[in-house]
Design a protein around this ligand. Sequence first.
Ligand code: HH2
Length: 281
Amino acid sequence: MIWRCRDRAFDLERRTLVMGVLNVTPDSFSDGGRFLEPAAALTRAREMLDEGADLIDVGAESTRPGAAPVPADEQLARLAPVVEALAGEPRATLSIDTADARVAERALALGAHVVNDVSALGDPAMARVVAASGAGLVLMHMQGVPRPMQDDPRYEDVAREVRDFLAARLEAAVAAGVAAERIALDPGIGFGKSVAHNLTLLARQRELLTLGQPLLVGWSRKSTLGAVTGRPVEERLAASVAAALLALERGAHVVRVHDVAATVDALKLWQAMKHEEAHTT
Ligand code: HH2
């Protein structure tokens, strides 16, 4: 399977991709305020590229439970210097974590390659903007909106409902002109889901592969890992790497992580094992 994002084409059969998280925000749940200054953000982006990140996902609006929306102008003021500087680097594929079509349009004009839309086309102008640019698009499932989404999430069958939602958003994106080969799907771990819902989505992740699209997942440092291990956000590295590997084992094509170096090591081990397996069985 190939995932096309403007002039980039990722062969997803070859290996799982690592998307490194860069939050240019004062309030993200695990690293808020650390990379708000463009110089600090650029240093971190280059560090993640050195560590083996395939994509850098730049976000200017926290989507943590209870987060308030950030106006488009403010998102752009935070993003633009970082996107402009990184767009000139051939090894950087840039994803923009925004649900706002105006922010996406400007970031794409500055050279971004992917729009990571956690609202899955909640902004009616988004599909047109993405289609016109040939950018990659990530459609993510969320129940509700970030502010109250964790209050009392309910599903009859979370895996089926997330799959049905993503199927419908995929259809809508294609109908609006975004080529299917550019669209990745994401179950939205932690977005309007209880610990049990998130773990069910991991256990039944393969059901999402039946939609025939690249699958992206983000478990990194999330509160379900805290609930399972009893650890605060700054001590969730081991659980985050384990979750990435479990997702990989269940067919994930892209993992969205804060800790790129550790994840890349784990993925290399998986890859080496698969190589031996293919040659000895
Ligand atoms: N998770 C977060 C943000 N964006 N996008 C996708 N596609 N999938 C995810 O799981 C996902 C996402 C939350 O993590 P983070 O960016 O670290 O935190 P915050 O939203 O507080 O900035």
